[in-house]
Design a protein around this ligand. Structure first.
Ligand code: PGA
Length: 256
């Protein structure tokens, strides 16, 4: 595991964008796993900037999003489809047929989950997966539980996640209670993973994520089993990390 601590949200976002850009430079037909939420917005802004400056070309890139709310159509303003088009896809030259997001409004959501897994396999897997993290340690919508899903499944959102995401809706009651989410193995099969976290409210979850212990009650702790995982943080999100808890092969780097 590699932990990189940047000064603030802006520098963290810039470094994340550089990591995505170098992946695409090395392999123009990369498959990117993408995340939604507040955290990756700065990274998406930087990527748009780099695209406009001719530093990055998305023409051959395929994208696979982590999750989507059940019951929201693609054009719903709170759907992750809408988020991705608004915050990235409308501004870059990614081909529409190369964009993959689970269909939360699918009539048969179980079939949609199976089809989504197949579409990732058909593309030969994800080269670089970008992740955010919930303050409860969820990744995608893999919520803390005794058992976690292996593959893409319909999941129930926890009260904590509904509360956290209600800031994007008119009221808490409008937040969908279910979502389609990539499973833990879907995520862990990516060749490389970059997890982003910013702010004090993520510090406790990050402390546990890098602690050297694994628990399904903090799904992000499973990332410690991945051979190519980078945790990219700002100082606030890193503020509770205890260096003594880190495993011997963990690389810890503070950027001033
Ligand atoms: P956030 O969400 O980036 O809006 O904090 C992250 C997550 O819930 O995975």
């Amino acid at each position: 595991m590699r932990i990189i601590v940047e000064k603030d949200y802006q520098t963290m976002s810039k470094k994340a964008a550089l990591m995505v850009a170098s992946q695409i430079t090395l392999k123009p037909d990369s498959n990117l796993g993408l995340a939604t939420g507040g955290t990756p917005l700065g990274m998406y802004d930087k990527l748009i900037e780099m695209y406009r400056d001719d530093e990055i070309d998305f023409n051959e890139v395929q994208s696979f999003n982590l999750d989507e709310y059940c019951g929201l159509k693609a054009d719903h303003p709170n759907s992750y489809h809408h988020y991705m088009y608004q915050n990235l896809f409308n501004e870059i030259n990614i081909q529409k047929e190369n964009i993959h997001i689970p269909d939360g409004a699918a009539e048969d959501s179980q079939q949609e989950c199976r089809d989504y897994e197949k579409s990732i396999k058909r593309a030969r897997g994800i080269d670089l997966q970008i992740l955010g993290i919930g303050s409860n340690g969820h990744i995608g919508f893999n919520e803390p539980a005794e058992n976690l899903n292996v593959a893409t499944e319909v999941v129930d959102l926890t009260e904590e996640t509904i509360e956290a995401n209600s800031r994007y809706f008119d009221s808490k009651d409008e937040v969908p209670k279910k979502a389609i989410s990539m499973g833990m193995a879907t995520i862990l099969k990516a060749d490389r993973i970059v997890l982003l976290a910013s702010g004090k409210n993520k510090a406790e979850a990050i402390k546990k994520t890098v602690s050297g212990k694994i628990s399904t009650q903090v799904p992000a702790t499973l990332l410690q089993t991945h051979p190519e995982i980078t945790i990219l943080l700002d100082q606030e999100a890193a503020s509770l990390i205890n260096k003594e808890d880190l495993s011997a092969d963990c690389h810890f780097e503070i950027c001033e």
